[in-house]
Design a protein around this ligand. Sequence first.
Ligand SMILES: C[S@@+](CC[C@H](N)C(=O)[O-])C[C@H]1O[C@@H](n2cnc3c(N)ncnc32)[C@H](O)[C@@H]1O
Length: 218
Amino acid sequence: MYNNIPVNKEIITFLSSLNANCGFIDRMKINFRPLICPMRDLLKWADGANSVLDLGSGSGQFCALLSRYSNVKKIHGLEINQELIDNSIQLLSGIKNEKKTLFSLYDGHNLPDYISEYDVVYMIDIFHHIPKAKQIGFIYTLFQKMKLGGRLVFKDIDRGSIWVYFNKLHDLVLSKEIGNEISYNNAILLVKEAGFTITQSFKRQIYCYPHFFLICKK
Ligand SMILES: C[S@@+](CC[C@H](N)C(=O)[O-])C[C@H]1O[C@@H](n2cnc3c(N)ncnc32)[C@H](O)[C@@H]1O
């Protein structure tokens, strides 16, 4: 399946073709995020899954890609920002297929019990937006709530890289906040301590962004 996913240029054309009645910044993030965040690569860890939960789904761009390019039948975006959920609902309404997609609001801390219904949970660049004091508890609770055998795809920005300051600048300009990034090494320790087994882990620099990927199993 993964080999059939088109290159970034086509993904961007697809996202740009979807309607979302949102502001300029959100529209730019929808259209061009695949240039700086490896969304195309992230899709491959949905292979074989029936259901996916995208934790911190933003304006729904990754859910839109799952709907268009994966075989996943049920896609659920979970967000703390109602405006982004509204963007997502509108964005996905332009994709006509049999897949079930839904978006839910939550408070950012009390993870819902229905997490246990999903085969794969994605966390794409949300960890560094969680307050530092809550980050460890968040991962421990996520482990408790996920189903046995479930996969966690944890992608974030490596605090251990000097390039982390570029991401901080990015967040300051676009989100008016300074991120709480964790280093790749500490992220590995954290998920292991929480109980996950790591099946794959690696770092990848894209332009000025030092990404890390942890593919974990409960
Ligand atoms: C950098 S954006 C990434 C959005 C999306 N995952 C993507 O890659 O396009 C970070 C998102 O995390 C959300 N967020 C922040 N804290 C969160 C939390 N505790 N739980 C879930 N989402 C959160 C924000 O509202 C924002 O949409």
